[in-house]
Design a protein around this ligand. Structure first.
Ligand SMILES: *[C@@H]1O[C@H](CO)[C@@H](O)[C@H](O)[C@H]1NC(C)=O
Length: 419
């Protein structure tokens, strides 16, 4: 119960925080970063930037910079004054209040990030109310034209994986119903079912956001946050599941060993994930390119994951030694090996992604992470298949076979309710 309360509380915090966070817009300055966007490559493709805003002075202008080292990187952090910064822009455009304007970007030899700064060199209070800004790649395909090129293709990616996970969910639900009819459903099987369900639901929500975004360039921010929250909870539950198996809970023992450490690890992990997403949203339109795994909490998660892996190996070896049933010993060996790889996958993917150019980094990392998740979920479904749960997921601790089965089911149910 307390865990559920905790999850509700933190998700509430997460939602309220992420709604309030904005870009790096500075009000008391002559010149400020507004947003960034990546335009497609090609000789005919061009980007389009339109605005309809209200400003309080007639000297406002947009200043556009690209990602070449003498453009944005040289201007952003420098101490030059407003006029010098504006003069270094590749293009500028004055803003008329109430009159919508647009600017087209032509001829690029490669996809590149453009940075949009707002300047008013005559007044040091930047004030822009009623903002309607739309940036897009007019010549890209129907599904991609609203997206900055570092995000193009994500709709298709989420569509594909949403379908894959729906299939996995259906397959495992059928298996779970089968087990349930024969015997009651093992607590670990329920936890796993919940994890895969949340993961699928999260993917559906994120896909729905991207699909809406493809249409109107806005999407549904709430849906995206909701989807990511589900993904976070599912990722943490999966870690919980893996650690419970390593401890032989309801497989070799009917109680959780070193419970406090386990819950501590899970809570810290959950907080880190939430922090990572909050920082991720805060830096989403950031003047210097970052993506979520390169934020400080993201890096801590990756290091923490390696520590948890060491603990996981230690636990599973202990359980392996404790267990006497040869089938179960084999199961622990297999599980220990496969999930040590699982622990390492994420850090390796992030390291690989960090050497890829910023335009492709996020897409590549997302695709790889989803592929690996799918593989490991499939392996888990295989291991948790009804024919195997009979062999592996039964405690043989007390009395005769029959009473044992009975007691394990009751313990399982009670244990699950305690959660
Ligand atoms: C850019 O947007 C403006 C305003 O909506 C429009 O008039 C113009 O045709 C657009 N350019 C392209 C290339 O789509």
């Amino acid at each position: 119960m307390s865990i559920i309360k905790f999850i509700l509380f933190t998700s509430f915090l997460f939602l309220t925080f992420s709604m309030k966070l904005d870009s790096d817009f500075k009000k008391d300055a002559h010149w400020t970063f507004y947003t960034k966007f990546c335009f497609d490559k090609s000789s005919t493709h061009y980007g389009n930037f339109t605005w309809d805003v209200v400003v309080n002075h007639d000297a406002y202008q947009w200043a556009f910079y690209d990602d070449n080292s003498n453009s944005w990187p040289a201007v952003y952090d420098s101490n030059e004054n407003c006029n010098t910064k504006v003069s270094k822009a590749l293009a500028t455009s004055y803003i008329d209040t109430f009159i919508p304007g647009y600017y087209e970007f032509f001829d690029q030899s490669r996809p590149r990030f453009w940075y949009f700064a707002l300047a008013n060199c005559q007044n040091d209070q930047l004030d822009m109310t009623y903002v309607d800004i739309h940036i897009w790649n007019p010549e890209a395909s129907k599904w991609n034209k609203e997206f900055s090129c570092n995000e193009q293709g994500l709709v298709a990616l989420f569509l594909v994986f949403m379908i894959f996970f729906l299939i996995l969910l259906i397959i495992y639900s059928i298996a779970a119903i089968k087990i349930y009819k024969k015997d009651s459903l093992h607590a670990l099987a329920r936890l796993f079912l919940l994890t895969i369900y949340l993961q699928t639901l999260g993917l559906i929500a994120i896909f729905a956001h991207f699909a809406a975004y493809a249409k109107d360039g806005k999407g549904s921010f709430g849906l995206r946050v909701f989807g990511e929250l589900l993904e976070v909870v599912s990722a943490v539950l999966l870690m919980f599941f893996v650690l419970l198996v390593a401890k032989g809970w309801l497989i070799s023992r009917n109680f959780i060993t070193r419970k406090k450490i386990l819950f501590g690890v899970i809570v810290v992990l959950l907080l880190l994930y939430i922090a990572m997403h909050i920082v991720g949203y805060a830096t989403m339109n950031r003047a210097t390119t970052t993506y979520i795994w390169e934020t400080v909490p993201g890096i801590i998660i990756l290091c923490f994951r390696v520590l948890i892996m060491i603990w996981f190996i230690f636990e599973i070896i202990r359980t392996f030694k404790f267990e006497e049933d040869p089938d179960k010993k084999r199961f622990y060996k297999l599980f220990g090996f496969i999930f040590s790889v699982w622990f390492l996958c994420l850090p390796v993917i992030v390291i690989i992604a960090s050497i890829i150019s910023a335009t492709y980094r996020e897409k590549t990392a997302t695709a790889l992470i989803l592929v690996f998740e799918m593989v490991f979920y499939s392996i888990l479904i295989y291991l948790m298949w009804p024919s195997r749960t009979d062999k592996f997921f039964k405690i043989r601790l007390y009395g005769t076979e029959e009473t044992m089965t009975l007691s394990s089911n009751q313990t399982a149910e009670r244990a699950f309710d305690e959660l």
